[in-house]
Design a protein around this ligand. Structure first.
Ligand SMILES: Cc1cc2nc3c(=O)[nH]c(=O)nc-3n(C[C@H](O)[C@H](O)[C@H](O)COP(=O)(O)O)c2cc1C
Length: 217
């Protein structure tokens, strides 16, 4: 009887995606990277990409210990991409001591990746409040029931009073719910393509504008 393939072999044999991906004409890319990000994001939404707004965001302590997690992209404006979280949790504390962060969006259905590196700051309070109040009641209750990323002692014991608090005051927003904006100084677009294998275009912020370079894959 044949030996079952090792995990290593199974990983090596996984097929690469053979879809007909969009053509990336780097000569026609806009001068502003966030304009291209919005163009690709809308194509991902229109093309039915699953959770196109799920992105990974890496932060680090001042002494260089990194951590990474998935968050939801909340908005994109001319200068920034937005996400929301608790400023009292690990990522919030890291961002308060080291506001540099790196972010990745990957849309496998379209063979596309976007990487951003930039500086994170808290957005206006009104944006954080609107974001929190648009969350499902259960998500709002969880956010105020305990401290994010701390061990749970008794879930129900803490959730019940949180739900009661929100019932009594539906407009309650905890002070540590924060809408953050990341303003990038580097944005790279990566497109898998059959003909050319992969195409990379990087924008680097320089003075008031952006410098574009096509990079070796
Ligand atoms: C698809 C997905 C979306 C998520 N969206 C958020 C989010 O928008 N905000 C958030 O605080 N955590 C979100 N999380 C949970 C985070 O990944 C993470 O577990 C949590 O924020 C604690 O991170 P920290 O301990 O690094 O602070 C999401 C997780 C997944 C898988």
């Amino acid at each position: 009887m044949a030996e079952p393939a090792s995990l290593r072999d199974r990983l090596r044999q996984l097929p690469s995606v053979k879809a007909e991906f969009p053509y990336f004409d780097t000569d026609r890319a806009p001068d502003e990277p966030l304009a291209l990000l919005v163009e690709w994001l809308e194509a991902a939404i229109d093309g039915g990409v699953l959770q196109p707004h799920a992105m990974s965001i890496a932060t680090a302590t001042v002494d260089g210990h990194p951590s990474n997690r998935t968050l939801l992209l909340k908005d994109v404006d001319e200068k920034s991409v937005w996400f929301a979280s608790l400023s009292s949790g690990p990522k919030g504390l890291e961002l308060s001591e080291n506001p540099e962060a790196a972010l990745v969006l990957y849309w496998r259905e379209q063979g596309r990746q976007i990487r951003l590196v930039g500086t994170v700051e808290e957005g206006p309070r009104a944006v954080s409040e609107r974001d929190f109040l648009q969350r499902q009641p259960s998500a709002r209750a969880r956010a105020i029931a305990g401290r994010q990323s701390e061990p749970i002692e008794d879930f129900d014991l803490h959730l019940r009073p949180a739900l009661k608090k929100l019932e009594a005051n539906p407009d309650f927003v905890p002070v540590d719910w924060v809408a953050y904006r990341l303003s990038p100084w580097s944005v790279e677009f990566w497109q898998a393509e059959r003909a050319r294998d992969q195409v990379r275009l990087r924008y680097l912020r320089e003075h008031a504008g952006w410098v574009k370079d096509v990079l070796w894959p």
